[in-house]
Design a protein. Structure first.
Lengths: 116, 114
């Protein structure tokens, strides 16, 4: 069974601080995605990383895929109250070969609260 | 350019009744996924469907749960004889190909069993 472990589970910080969320597994994934979910809504895709060692930036968010494609991190610089939400990492299984496999395996999420 | 449409948003059922959850995928998307989410938990995979085919139902409980994605119309997740433990948020997602393309999620159906 493939599992993704996210840490920390909860994070409460002041506006302007930096933070990093980690997503780890013993399994290799063909790609890894990060989503953000607000209360009462479905998750929204932030980024997909595919290549081992890949780094992608989205404004103040930096995403990295581990060299071995087993782990990923999300770093937020100068967090703002609008960043508050549940952050989910999700891995696309390698079980059916590379590329377009079926389901995503989700981590349990990191709840981020940014206080003004 | 509507996204993934789920209805109803909220559904209350008494124990023993049936619940039907509907999902219309994003235009151009032929892959549909159903996930279940409990409070303060991540999303648990239930089933992956393409038109008229169940591709992977490894996350579906063996009894009472079924899913379909007919040639015409929305995908349906059906829960028969609901129990209190079925109370959760059920999310549908669609993609144009497999998981590697990323999912577009609907807003979910919150099922409450009383």
């Amino acid at each position: 069974t493939q599992l993704l472990e996210q840490s920390p589970q909860f994070l409460s910080i002041q506006e302007g601080e930096n933070l990093t969320v980690y997503c780890n597994s013993s399994s290799v994934f063909s790609s890894l995605q990060w989503y953000r979910q607000e209360p009462g809504e479905g998750p929204v895709l932030l980024v997909t990383v595919v290549t081992g060692g890949e780094v992608k930036k989205l404004k103040r968010l930096t995403f990295q895929f581990g060299d071995a494609r087993k782990d990923s991190s999300l770093h937020i610089t100068a967090a703002q109250p609008g960043d508050t939400g549940l952050y989910l990492c999700a891995g696309a299984s390698m079980a059916h070969g590379s590329g377009n496999t079926g389901k995503l395996i989700f981590g349990q999420g990191t709840t981020l609260q940014v206080k003004p | 350019n509507a996204g993934v449409m789920q209805n109803p948003r909220h559904l209350v059922r008494r124990r023993g009744q049936e619940a039907r959850l509907r999902c219309s995928p994003m235009k151009g998307h032929s892959h549909v996924y159903w996930y279940r989410q409990l409070p303060e938990e991540g999303l648990k995979f239930m089933v992956y469907l393409q038109k008229e085919n169940i591709i992977d139902e490894s996350g579906m409980p063996k009894e009472r749960f079924s899913a379909e994605f007919p040639k015409e119309g929305p995908s349906i997740l059906r829960i028969q004889q609901v129990v209190r433990g079925d109370s959760a948020a059920y999310f549908c997602a669609s993609s144009p190909g497999g998981a590697g393309y990323g999912y577009t999620f609907g807003s979910g159906t919150r099922l409450t069993v009383v």
